[in-house]
Design a protein around this ligand. Structure first.
Ligand SMILES: [Zn+2]
Length: 345
């Protein structure tokens, strides 16, 4: 089959990988319909994080082609959403909501395991990993939003959920990448009354407003902090959501969070939490990689009902032959998030 191959920083091209086959009775083979490029794929692309040579891409939706003898819950012909990691959903860690910690789980597109940026994927633990989509004949806008549940929207929901966003809250979202935009949408969905998006880009501000941002702040650093404090009468946000992971964005998130609140963090940390200051402000933090498999079923219902449209974050589209362009467009910040159209439903 054809699939994106990571061969080093700056080098992702379409190549050949072995056709996936059932190896374990808990496997399924899924033919990929849509895949996409994640912000975290860019770290590998830019050489900022190591990645094994081989398969890449961990977000996809597709159609089940074949299942092993022990797979329950999905059948050939099902349209399925894959969370970005596979897991058994029965171990203590999965049951406690940390699927990333599943001892038998793993990552798609890690060089060895098939990735979502390819024609097909052997999905381990398929019955507990894949989420079947009810109905048929879904329009393309719905398919794009289903793809977003694989990672970006589940991560946006996670950061809002762990920060305890609830009805009537004022939320500040630090970061206007695809995850930050989805965090705006998730906050609105959870009932936030005021959602303040920190964004300096017109195209991203537009999506943030569509997703429910009531205020947009263009400033950065201390000026951004002052602006959020001014909007909240000097109190700070009920929930600050950190969706970048840089030293500055982490500092901003903690500075705009009101005393007694919880900061949500999903940007992979490249900075430190201000421990002593947060102690004296009774501020906590929670976050980490999203247990997407746990969130997908509830978010799926809202996508199918037209309540949320997270697929709006895909503003660049190409096919597997042009996978290099999908990376380049994001690397050069011409695209918020690149969609890769691979097959038909
Ligand atoms: Zn587990």
């Amino acid at each position: 089959m054809r699939a994106a191959i990571f061969s080093g920083p700056g080098a992702v091209e379409v190549g050949e990988r072995p056709d996936p086959v059932i190896q374990e009775p808990t496997d399924a083979v899924v033919r990929v319909v849509l895949g996409c490029v994640c912000g975290s794929d860019l770290w590998y692309y830019r050489g900022e994080s190591p990645h094994a040579v081989g398969s890449i891409g961990h977000e996809f939706i597709g159609v089940v082609e074949q299942v092993g003898a022990d797979v329950r819950g999905v059948r050939p012909g099902d349209l399925v959403v894959a969370p970005f990691i596979y897991s058994d959903m029965s171990c203590p860690h999965c049951l406690n909501g940390s699927t990333i910690s599943c001892p038998v789980g793993g990552n798609f597109g890690n060089g060895t395991v098939d990735g979502g940026q390819g024609e097909a994927v052997r999905v381990p633990l398929a019955g507990s990993t894949l989420v079947p989509v009810p109905g048929s004949g879904h329009p393309d806008t719905v398919l794009r939003s289903l793809l977003a549940l694989s990672d970006v929207m589940s991560t946006g929901h996670h950061v809002a959920a762990v920060a305890g966003v609830k009805k009537g809250d004022t939320v500040a979202v630090v970061g206007d990448g695809a995850v930050g935009l989805c965090a705006v949408l998730a906050s609105k969905r959870l009932g936030a009354e005021r959602v303040v998006a920190l964004s300096r880009h017109a195209d991203r501000q537009e999506i943030a407003r569509e997703f429910g941002a009531t205020d947009v702040i263009e400033a950065r650093g201390e000026a951004a902090t002052e602006a959020v404090l001014e909007l909240t009468g000097g109190i700070g946000a009920d929930a600050a959501l950190e969706c970048v992971g840089t030293e500055q964005s982490i500092a901003t998130a903690f500075a705009v969070a009101r005393p007694g609140s919880t900061v949500g963090i999903v940007g992979v940390p490249h900075g430190q939490v201000p421990f002593v200051e947060t102690f004296f402000r009774n501020t906590g933090w929670r976050g980490g990689p999203a247990p997407a498999r746990i969130y997908i079923p509830e978010l799926l219902g809202d996508v199918l009902d037209g309540v949320i449209n997270p697929g709006r974050v895909f503003d660049y589209e190409t096919d597997l032959d042009h996978i290099a362009d999908a990376y380049l467009a994001m690397d050069e910040r011409r695209a918020i998030k690149s969609l890769v159209r691979i097959g038909e439903v």
